[in-house]
Design a protein around this ligand. Structure first.
Ligand code: CP
Ligand code: NVA
Length: 329
């Protein structure tokens, strides 16, 4: 398997074998990390991390991962660089690829990261756009594999805003790897039809299925994995909260919903999550709308089936796998 020099922009660009290979590499890197086995496979290389939106996991996974691999990383935040305001994406890509060995971008339209890659002479990685969150998927699939020992045939149900980056990417990865994916949300928030059609075609070949539903009980029944994400994504206007809460409250993952899943089912969430009022936004929502928990109830989040922190740790190992496989000598 040779992924040298490849961009990592969306999973639609990768075969099932390539995705599974990245998970295998991540498992080996996790073993090494856990056992204190040092390696500097990418010693001397440099990566620029361009973040137009906030991040904890993705940023830290790239920074710690780069260090573990012997690399150095420069963080370039939403302000302070010329990108976008005074300098085009094309010019930025051509400048940075003369200095760095790889670029990571988190921000808005998928078109921006695709454009960066078009003009960059070094690999570009998508750390989340409005449409897709491909590095998140590797961690999710790795967590599923660790739990169930397999990926194919797993029933994964996503509750919430099914048009967002995480839901879109779950649909893509499920179709590629032969999982049974259901997105459960109100019709207004169903994913884009063209993407659904494309995933259905891919799923046919892999043995997976794609289901769109607004029926919470039917969707949750017999699920292996229940997944949810925030009801309002970064970059969306705060004024949408009221409408989104109204639309998505019936799709909250709580104990009643979780109990319909299989006995050994697990709960996943890309994080960050509003499962209590211990955040600024969580408090504001409570004061304004009286809701103490949003997309997931605190008992499910903190419950025995929750694997959210294993999933978060796996962001590190999988992002390291992407850097290693695309940048190795
Ligand atoms: N899941 C995820 O991408 O988290 P961050 O926004 O903290 O990077
Ligand atoms: N859908 C969320 C994912 C965060 C990791 C967002 O884009 O804000």
């Amino acid at each position: 398997m040779n992924l040298k020099g490849r961009d990592f922009l969306k999973l639609l660009d990768f075969t099932d074998k390539e995705i599974l290979h990245l998970i295998d590499v991540a498992e080996k890197l996790k073993y090494k990390k856990r056992n204190g086995i040092k390696h500097q496979y990418l010693k001397g290389k440099q990566i620029a991390l361009l973040f137009a939106k906030d991040s904890t996991r993705t940023r830290c996974a790239f920074e710690v991962g780069a260090k573990d691999l012997g690399m150095e990383a420069s963080y370039i935040g939403p302000t302070g660089s010329q990108m976008g305001k005074k300098e085009s994406i094309a010019d930025t890509a051509r400048v940075l690829s003369r200095m760095y060995d790889a670029l990571e971008y988190r921000g808005f339209d998928q078109e921006i990261v695709e454009n960066l890659a078009k003009y960059s002479s070094v690999p570009v990685f998508n750390g989340l756009t409005t449409e897709f969150h491909p590095t998140q998927m590797l961690a999710d699939v790795m967590t599923i594999k660790e739990e169930f020992g397999k990926i194919k045939g797993i029933k994964l149900v996503f509750f919430g805003d099914a048009r967002n980056n995480v839901a879109n990417s779950l649909m893509v990865v499920s179709s590629k790897l032969g999982m049974h994916f259901t997105c459960c949300s109100p019709k207004e928030l169903f994913p884009d039809k063209a993407l659904v059609d494309e995933c259905m075609k891919i799923a046919k070949a892999s043995g997976g299925t794609i289901t769109l539903s607004s029926d919470v009980k039917e969707s949750a029944t017999n699920a292996d994995v229940i997944y949810t994400d925030v009801w309002l994504s970064m970059g969306e206007d705060e004024s949408l909260w009221e409408k989104r809460i109204k639309l998505l409250k019936p799709y909250q993952v709580n104990k009643d919903v979780f109990d319909l899943a299989k006995k050994k089912a697990i709960f996943l969430h890309c994080l960050p999550s509003f499962h209590d009022t211990d955040t600024e936004i969580g408090k504001q929502i409570f004061e304004k709308f009286g809701l103490k928990e949003m997309e997931v109830s605190n008992d499910v989040f903190e419950g025995p089936a929750s694997r959210v922190f294993e999933e978060a740790e796996n962001r590190l190992h999988t992002i390291k796998a992407v850097m290693l496989e695309t940048l190795k000598k």
